[in-house]
Design a protein around this ligand. Structure first.
Ligand code: FNR
Length: 250
């Protein structure tokens, strides 16, 4: 490609037409409903509590996603609840039903969204337990899945530390977690009766963040060349006899 000069007279490898302009966030939002290609997103709140703030936040995420024309598979944490992981039980009885459902529904979706409480600065044990069980399937169901994390808490930081903890096992398993997250502080007073956020500005922020995430899910679904290699035990000496490596495509 010929080297061109830009406005400052400096060498520029790319003609202007090939540059990607940064979009003003509010001006262009994302694609309109009728322009989106079809894809499916698994959504659930990781709490068993009837009045769960995270389940409410998951419901709000669901309505935003549906307004963009994407299909939602709405689950509850009860669907995926499992007895504590026990290697002996796995050997004698296999992987429990809750984890099987989690695996099946992950595989049937292009992306997942989890609204998770923060317990003692980390993720809830029942969620980690369900992830651990589901990770025992081969192919491993989190590999190359697009994911987005939300949290809600009465606290001032909205359970955000729990999401950073949750990123560790999910990223270890090869999920492509979206860099932005959304944490709802003082969540017990943050919702209107209709389920939207009392703060219009915060609502706009959530709409826009999820819209950007959906753009990425759509792009990844239609860019078939995007491959993902997952190596179960990082640092193991590469050896065909013992390697556990899975390649996934979008
Ligand atoms: C909490 N909670 C809490 N909140 C927080 O912001 N940071 C924390 O570290 C903790 N730790 C914690 C531990 C345990 C064992 C419980 C039961 C609770 C409060 C928690 O965020 C609050 O109960 C939420 O309402 C729980 O989420 P759901 O069930 O409303 O979705």
């Amino acid at each position: 490609m010929p080297r061109l000069k830009n406005e400052d007279g400096l060498a520029d490898a790319y003609p202007k037409g090939n540059r990607v302009a940064a979009r003003p966030v509010h001006a262009t939002s994302s694609m309109q409903n009728d322009e989106r290609c079809s894809f499916r997103v698994l959504v659930f709140g990781a709490s068993l509590r009837a009045d769960s703030l995270n389940v409410r936040l998951a419901s709000l995420a669901q309505s935003i996603i549906e307004s963009h024309g994407a299909e939602v598979d709405r689950a509850s944490m009860a669907d995926f609840d499992c007895p504590s992981y026990d290697g002996d039980v796995e050997t004698s009885d296999g992987i429990p039903e809750g984890a099987r459902r989690f695996r099946d529904r992950l595989l049937a979706c292009d992306a997942f969204i989890i609204a998770s409480p923060e317990y003692n600065g980390s993720m809830p044990g029942l969620l980690k337990n369900a992830i651990d069980w589901a990770s025992r399937f081969r192919p491993q169901p989190f590999n190359a899945k697009q994911g987005f994390l939300l949290s809600a808490s009465p606290s001032m930081v909205g359970g955000n530390r729990g999401l950073w903890a949750l990123r560790v096992p999910l990223e270890h398993l090869g999920a492509r977690l979206y860099p932005d997250m959304f944490s709802l502080a003082q969540a017990h007073t943050a919702f209107r009766d209709d389920g939207r956020l009392a703060s219009e500005k915060l609502q706009e922020r959530l709409d826009e963040t999820l819209s950007c995430f959906l753009d990425l899910v759509e792009a990844s679904k239609h860019y078939r060349q995007l491959r993902k290699q997952w190596v179960e035990f990082l640092g193991e000496h590469p050896d065909a006899a013992t390697d556990r490596v899975e390649i996934a495509t979008a």
